[in-house]
Design a protein around this ligand. Structure first.
Ligand code: ATP
Ligand code: MG
Length: 428
């Protein structure tokens, strides 16, 4: 019989990897909570229309990458290809934007895009998404960008670079779009096939084509920066000032346009040189029109998403994940001893210790080997003699020191045991 394997472009995150993921999630949660961001958990499936209207029909994401299907009630459903649109839908539906005011939100979870799988690019991937909704203030841009920057720093990622641009407001972009199409049309035949296609549908995306000939052509194209209105220009300058004040390094990249239609003004991407072709760890920007476009009030917003596969790839290279370890490993042999071991393990866990219990019933020697490998500080040993006497051998694995103690005393004085374990776990 052929065995069933995970779908192409999806991956199991195995137990040896989850400590790294959990660490990232904990650091993210803590730093976001400290900045007054609250977690929101929207569903993974939405009406297809949400993404068609929110992200834009002309984008790659909507045009080529969505997992769309008809459910049994003939509704068109899509697995979310990104998180922002669903989050904004939720906000509008629950009238969270109605009172004016600012909403600071975050969410972690999977997103789905039908792409060509490769390192750092999957069909099911995970994003940490952060959004600040309800402020037009350039301080909001700086706050949100600073959060991404300091989160990545806290995780130990020092050698990242940030590209920054402004794509202006809707009117700026419209004027620029016309100028760009006028400029590119004479070169049409020289553009790569994708870019030719984009010339009508989504010409701004031609700017970040990876094709060499296309790149050489757009080098001399008009620059978006020259099409910004005074207000757009002022906003962008303030954002840059704030980032400089916060000592957050960035480089201006006039050709940075983001893949989704809804972006306005500030756009940014954080890259690593250590990720090969899939270099962008974090992408984000302002999207002042999206909330209204989806039927909500006129609420300007800014946010970003970090791709967690790419982030954890980088962290693995640095081996930054903290080791997780057990406090106690319990070995036992013989029916009465095994029952006592179960009781002890249960009691110690209830008292807050991390306890692993050997279930093998194998010879003590084998169980001890596993105790050593578990990383526990202390091994509790129960055999026939201990079972009869109501005692347990407490063995400190680093030193080999061992002493008998009554089972009742051990459970009655977990605090004492805990502080001894903490001492034993201190790096030497
Ligand atoms: P790319 O240009 O690499 O396709 P994108 O512009 O489509 O990225 P966004 O929509 O901005 O990506 O998503 C934000 C982040 O999510 C990206 O910077 C990346 O880290 C991650 N990401 C996007 N698509 C994938 C994918 N298919 N697999 C893994 N991570 C992804
Ligand atoms: Mg993409």
């Amino acid at each position: 019989m052929t065995t069933i394997q995970a779908l192409r472009g999806t991956r199991d995150i195995l137990p040896e990897e989850t400590p790294l993921w959990q660490w990232v999630e904990t650091v993210a949660r803590d730093s976001l909570q400290r900045a007054a961001y609250r977690e929101i958990r929207p569903p993974l499936i939405e009406q297809t229309d949400l993404f068609a209207r929110g992200i834009g029909e002309a984008t790659d994401v909507v045009g080529k990458e969505m997992y769309t299907f008809e459910d049994r009630g003939q509704r068109s459903i899509t697995l979310r290809p990104e998180i922002t649109a669903g989050l904004v839908r939720s906000l509008i539906e629950h009238k969270l934007t109605a009172q004016g005011g600012v909403q600071r939100l975050w969410h972690i979870g999977p997103a789905f895009r039908y792409e060509r799988p490769q390192a750092g690019r999957q069909r099911q991937f995970h994003q940490l998404d952060v959004e600040l909704i309800g402020s037009r203030d350039p301080r909001a841009d700086a706050e949100v960008i600073a959060l991404a920057h300091s989160l990545l720093q806290t995780l130990g990622l020092q050698s990242l670079t940030m590209d920054l641009n402004s794509v202006g407001d809707r009117h700026d972009r419209q004027r620029y779009r016309e100028a760009l199409v006028d400029f590119l049309t004479p070169y049409r035949a020289d553009l790569d096939a994708d870019s030719q296609d984009r010339l009508e549908r989504n010409p701004l995306r031609i700017l970040d084509s990876k094709d060499e000939t296309t790149q050489a052509i757009v080098q001399t194209a008009p620059s978006l920066g020259d099409y910004l209105s005074d207000d757009s220009q002022r906003h962008f300058e303030r954002v840059q000032q704030f980032l400089t004040n916060l000592a957050i390094p960035y480089q201006l990249n006039p050709r940075l346009v983001r893949g989704l239609d809804y972006y306005t003004h500030t756009a940014f991407e954080i890259q690593s040189a250590d990720l090969g072709a899939q270099a962008t760890v974090c992408g984000g920007g302002r999207y002042d029109g999206l909330v209204a476009q989806l039927g909500g009030p006129d609420a300007p917003a800014i946010g970003w998403a970090i791709g967690l596969e790419r982030l954890t790839l980088l962290l693995k290279q640095l081996q930054n994940a903290p080791a997780t370890s057990m406090d106690v490993y319990v070995v036992s042999r013989g029916e009465a001893a095994e029952a006592a071991a179960l009781r002890l393990a249960h009691g110690l866990r209830q008292a807050g210790l991390a306890v692993e219990m050997d279930l093998s019933g194998a010879a003590f020697g084998k169980q001890f080997k596993r105790a050593d490998r578990s990383g526990a500080a202390v091994c509790l040993i129960l055999g026939d003699e201990e079972a009869t006497q109501g005692t347990v051998q407490v063995k400190w694995l680093a030193t080999g020191e061992q002493a008998a103690q009554s089972q009742g005393d051990l459970l009655a004085n977990v605090d004492g045991l805990r502080s001894q374990i903490l001492t034993a776990q201190q790096p030497q």
